[in-house]
Write a protein that binds this ligand. Structure first.
Ligand code: HEM
Ligand SMILES: [Cu+2]
Length: 590
């Protein structure tokens, strides 16, 4: 247990080596935002290359130096940018930045605990995350180039240091950074699990937990199950690279020379990678879905529809996500029977996913919608979750996938369903809980502008991308100009790039709003959105231990919005009833 003496805090113990979950949440958020800026900026650079393959841009030379001489990036640099963009977005922004921020902020506050089960472990997990971010960031600048085997780092590009320039030191740093990242993530997850199981306040039964907490809790469990598999894959890869083993390489000749590798299998690596890689999609998505549940229910002023069905579908998604990894490997020559098994289990996920989408829409239906920025981003999240999810039905089917495997269709699919919808969930969370984090309000008008520009450009980028994918345009190609049959697609590629730049640049509005509001924002009231969950009963000014005096007790679930008594009047004359309000005479629990 962490200690709660009220000794004087120095700058270092308060802001740097903090053990307070609220401060650690902010540390995760700021680090994640920094990495996000890098990742988005990289995507703008490589999109320029795709749309204008033969043109020179001074910005390319300015940022890429010898890799962008004459304003044109090298193919190696292109691969490096795609690799680090993917890695940073998936792991550093949407895994650590999203889960790390909101699990830390909300778990203790919403379950009524004074802090995480172990404040010390929590601090270590942030600092390992920081260290891994630092290594990944610095790896961009190594002389031989950043890692460039794609975020999936398949061997042999990742296993043979001589394969390409980015296979050298850049790849080693990538592996070291990810190993540290995984250690951090495991510590964080164990802390979340123990905290949810053991530190709930009186009355907070598991069946009264807000859906955010259910989502964070289940996410932590899948993380603990699947991340260690990637850790072992990374370690074995380090062995192959540095200590002469051949786990992932079979007999290989390079330019007539026989390498010493014997008997390993690159496909083994794919199994290990995707055993994490697929659940990872849900490690990213579930927290965003949990946040969306809270924000939609609060701002529709209605109980979330099908609370128990939502818990059930979170669990079903979590379980199914661990047994479908093979759908990434349909073209590896797997036995068609095995392919059909993976097809079946993959398509099963459509059921709980559809349940969730249905429940969001039903919650919105006839609600008294408060369309603030958090709500808009949540609705946007549901929208991209559905549009992106539908193409998953095509990719999940082994027969159909073969046609579009490794094309831009795949890129379009996964950006909508996990990149953009998780990002929207994260934005919704920031707009919704900013008053809780910083005691200030963010500017609404800037929030609206940010939402509309981001949503329009997200669809502007990823909607047309489906069509160039269906037309056969491969992904991870530096230039398509060598293939005349793709010439017609160049125009679409330009449109996509223009939207990518608009979308990327409009994030400045968000950043400005965020940092400006921390110091200059309007002061927040204790419960600005009139929410029911416990965090809104804590004082605006942060304090160690979250509540002065006793921790509030819980008497009801989190979604008593617009509840009426037998006469049809609002209970207590207001359209919300916080979880800490006892059940009244004649009132029934949900
Ligand atoms: C500014 C918005 C973004 C744009 C314009 C963008 C664009 C792209 C494009 C065009 C590619 C494919 C390049 C290729 O295969 O040749 C790519 C790769 C990728 N992106 Fe994004 N992206 C954006 C945001 C995100 C987000 C939010 C995520 C988080 C999930 C993400 C994750 C990835 C991943 C995992 C890859 C695959 C990297 C690989 O193939 O190794 N991106 N991005
Ligand atoms: Cu998958």
């Amino acid at each position: 247990m962490s200690d709660h003496h009220h000794h004087k805090e120095t700058f270092v113990t308060k802001y740097i080596f903090s053990q307070d979950h609220k401060m650690i949440a902010k540390q995760y958020l700021i680090t994640g935002m920094f990495m996000g800026v890098i990742g988005v900026f990289m995507s703008m650079l490589f999109r320029l290359q795709l749309a204008y393959p033969d043109q020179s841009f001074s910005i390319i030379e300015a940022f890429l130096g010898k890799w962008g001489e004459g304003g044109q990036m090298t193919p190696d640099m292109y691969m490096g940018l795609v690799t680090i963009h993917g890695t940073i977005m998936v792991f550093f922004v949407l895994t650590a930045g999203l889960s790390g921020t909101f699990s830390n902020l909300l778990i203790p506050l919403q379950i009524g605990a004074r802090d995480m089960a172990s404040g010390f472990l929590n601090m270590i997990s942030y600092w390992l995350f920081f260290l891994s971010s630092l290594i990944m960031f610095l790896s961009i600048f190594v002389h031989t180039g950043m890692a460039s085997a794609g975020w999936t780092i398949y061997p042999p590009l990742s296993a043979l240091p001589q394969a390409m320039s980015g296979s050298g030191l850049g790849m080693t740093l990538w592996l070291v950074s990810m190993a540290i990242f995984i250690a951090s993530s495991l510590m964080g997850s164990l802390n979340y699990i123990v905290t949810v199981l053991n530190l709930r306040t009186k009355g907070m039964k598991m069946t009264r937990l807000p859906l955010t907490i259910w989502a964070f809790f289940i996410t932590a469990i899948i993380g603990v199950i699947s991340f260690p598999v990637l850790l072992s894959a990374a370690l074995l890869l380090i062995f192959d690279r540095s200590f002469g083993t051949s786990f992932f390489l079979s007999d290989i000749f390079i330019q007539g020379e026989v390498l010493h590798y014997k008997g390993g299998s690159p496909i083994l690596f794919e199994h290990l990678f995707w055993f994490l890689g697929h659940p990872e999609v849900y490690i990213i998505l579930l927290p965003a879905l949990g946040i969306t549940s809270e924000v939609i229910s609060t701002n529709a002023r209605k109980p979330i529809f099908g609370y128990r069905a939502m818990i059930g579908s979170i669990m079903a998604i979590a379980f199914l996500s661990t047994i479908v990894w093979g759908h990434h490997m349909f073209v590896t020559g797997m036995n068609p029977f095995l392919g059909s098994v993976f097809t079946f289990t993959t398509l099963l996920i459509a059921i709980p996913s559809a349940v969730k989408a249905f429940n969001y829409i039903t919650t919105l239906w006839r609600g008294n919608l408060q369309l603030n920025p958090a709500m808009l981003f949540s609705i946007g999240m549901v929208s991209t979750f559905i549009t992106g999810g539908l193409t998953g039905l095509i990719l999940g089917d082994s027969a159909l996938d073969i046609n579009v495997h490794d094309t831009m269709f795949v890129v379009a699919h996964f950006h909508l369903v996990m990149g953009i919808s998780a990002l929207f969930g994260m934005f919704a969370g920031v707009y919704h809980w900013f008053p809780k984090m910083y005691g200030k309000m963010m500017n609404k008008d800037m929030g609206y502008l940010h939402f509309w520009l981001t949503a329009i450009s997200a669809y502007g980028v990823f909607f047309p991308m489906h069509f160039i994918g269906l037309a056969g345009l491969p992904r991870r190609y530096y230039s398509n100009s060598a293939f005349p049959m793709f010439d017609d697609l160049l125009h679409i590629n330009k449109v996509i790039t223009v939207f990518a730049i608009i979308g990327g640049v409009s994030q400045i509005i968000f950043l400005a709003n965020f940092f400006f509001s921390i110091s200059k924002g309007k002061k927040a009231s204790q419960n600005p959105w009139k929410g029911n969950t416990l965090e809104w009963t804590a004082p605006v000014e942060h304090m160690h231990g979250n509540w002065p005096g006793e921790i509030p007790e819980v008497h009801r679930w989190a979604y008593d919005y617009s509840k009426t008594d037998e006469n049809g009047d609002l209970w207590g004359g207001q359209d919300f009833t916080p979880q800490s309000v006892p059940i009244r005479d004649g009132e029934e629990e949900f």
